[in-house]
Ligand binder design. Structure first.
Ligand code: HEC
Length: 456
């Protein structure tokens, strides 16, 4: 994946801040949503298998609802997971170019896993539906006692179930791996002290990376719990679940919310303690405190909901959790902006240099001043065409260079002693392209002034 860093072009200072902004927005969408999908698919798979083992229709229904809820709409999946995931890879490549950091590889493989995971989970979701249809078909055949056809349907059902569980298992695995890789990439990118560690072993024992991953896991657990509660019980969005299924959703949702809401303030405190001095700024601490306070408020509302069962409390709890998690994500991106000062300087310098190179390769400098402009600003103080000033009049000297422009250019670039009546000319310090255009200008003007008969 390091090739991505090689194709990146160094950016200017403004561009860098823009990148940090875009990466913040992408992470704000990506981390909560993919965390929700990861949590929901693990739960869904778990209850799917449990339901089959124990022949429990309620568990199966719950499993089905979970994966349906997480992958509700393909367009949203594209906008909430795939696009931000892809832009994070490119932004990390842009920020980490010219460093040996493995952040880009982590995110790059994360993206591949993400796509594989999503495709497999979609197949998990659809085979669920096929199962339902096959189930009722089998029932029908059984009632009509069509034995042979029933057998066929049963064997098809069996292989479908196998494919279903397999895609669920691999899909969940890939998605979880993607989520963890992205979190580690964010942890690495936000901390320049880790950029020089190209050995992954060192990275994997770095507490900063672990803290970031643990934080993401708690965000995933919390958002899954709150999401289940929210989408099941908050007014409009109510899923039409059987009362049994709703109470299962309530138990699981509450349990997950509590784990997330307890775990996050603790990891945040650890994170703050561990944040590298280079990266820490006032706003970092402020955001982390905001996050901790909002997690507590969210916990308060969720607790209130379980007592009073008011959907409004649930909505408030969900929103507060979202804001708190957002504050954590913004805070680590902010750390990136401040911590990367040195990298910023290196890249901005490289940017200016490559811009210069680009300009001169396009000949932009040669046209940036005309020969006449150079003459009036750099030569006229000592030279006129028809009269002597500090230097000799061009009428006398320039005709000698007619047809030998290269020599004139070379004289302008490196003046040498010529005429004993004058002091030596000092180097006017022009760039080659500038000397070339002023020489052309002088030769053109002299040629136009001299009647053609006098020309040698
Ligand atoms: C500070 C005054 C000064 C400036 C500015 C200056 N010159 Fe000169 N230039 C001189 C002097 C003095 C001589 C005479 C040097 C000699 O003969 O050794 C001279 C001589 C020349 C000659 C005659 C060379 C020859 O073969 O006899 C050319 C052509 C010339 N300058 C071009 C330029 C051009 C083009 C510029 C502007 C980019 C420029 N000069 C700027 C002082 C200046």
């Amino acid at each position: 994946m390091d090739f991505l860093k090689d194709i990146a072009v160094p950016q200017s200072l403004e561009h860098f801040h823009l990148l940090v902004l875009v990466s913040t927005i992408s992470a704000l969408v990506f981390i909560p949503y993919v965390g929700f999908v990861a949590g929901s698919s693990i739960l869904s798979l778990w209850y799917d298998r449990k339901g089959r083992r124990e022949q429990n229709a309620l568990f199966l229904q719950f499993a089905h609802d979970l994966i349906d809820g997480a992958l509700f709409n393909k367009t949203l999946v594209a906008f909430l997971a795939v696009l931000p995931g892809l832009s994070l890879v490119f932004i990390y490549a842009q920020i980490l170019q010219r460093t040996p950091s493995s952040g880009v590889s982590l995110a790059g493989f994360g993206f591949l896993f993400l796509v594989a995971g999503l495709v497999l989970l979609y197949s998990f979701k659809y085979t669920f539906r096929v199962q339902d249809i096959l189930g009722s078909y089998q029932q029908l055949l059984k009632n009509q006692s069509r034995k042979q056809e029933f057998e066929n349907a049963a064997s098809y059902q069996k292989s479908n179930t196998q494919a279903h569980l397999r895609s669920g298992r691999y899909g969940t695995f890939f998605l979880l791996a993607a989520y963890i890789l992205y979190s580690a990439a964010a942890g690495v990118t936000a901390n320049p002290l880790l950029w020089d560690l190209d050995s992954s072993v060192e990275l994997f024992i770095s507490p900063d990376v672990w803290l970031k991953v643990i934080e993401s896991v708690f965000i995933s657990i919390g958002i899954t719990g709150l999401g289940i509660l929210y989408f099941t019980f908050s007014g409009k969005k109510q899923m039409d679940r059987t009362p049994d299924c709703s109470s299962l959703a309530k138990i699981i949702g509450t349990r997950f919310s509590i784990i997330g809401l307890l775990g996050l303030p603790i990891t945040t405190l650890f994170n703050i303690a561990a944040i590298s001095e280079q990266a820490a700024t006032g706003p970092n601490y402020a955001l982390a405190s905001v996050a901790v306070i909002f997690f507590f408020l969210s916990a308060h509302f969720i607790y209130g909901y379980t007592k009073l069962l008011q959907p409004a409390a649930l909505t408030a709890g969900f929103a507060l959790f979202f804001i708190a998690a957002g504050a954590l994500i913004v805070s680590s991106n902010l750390a990136l902006g401040t911590a990367a000062r040195q990298q910023l300087a290196v890249l901005a310098f490289a940017h200016d240099k490559s811009l210069e190179e680009l300009k001169s390769s396009l000949g932009v400098i040669a046209v940036s001043f005309t020969g006449e402009e150079i003459y009036t600003t750099r030569c006229e103080s000592c030279h006129l065409f028809d009269r002597k000033k500090v230097g000799p009049p061009y009428q006398e000297t320039v005709p000698n260079y007619q047809g030998r422009k290269a020599e004139l250019v070379s004289f302008i670039l490196h003046p040498v002693k010529k005429n004993p009546d004058y002091p030596p000319m000092q180097n006017p310090g022009l760039k080659p392209a500038e000397a070339d255009s002023v020489a052309s200008y002088l030769l053109r003007r002299i040629a136009a002034a001299i009647p053609s008969g006098d020309k040698k």
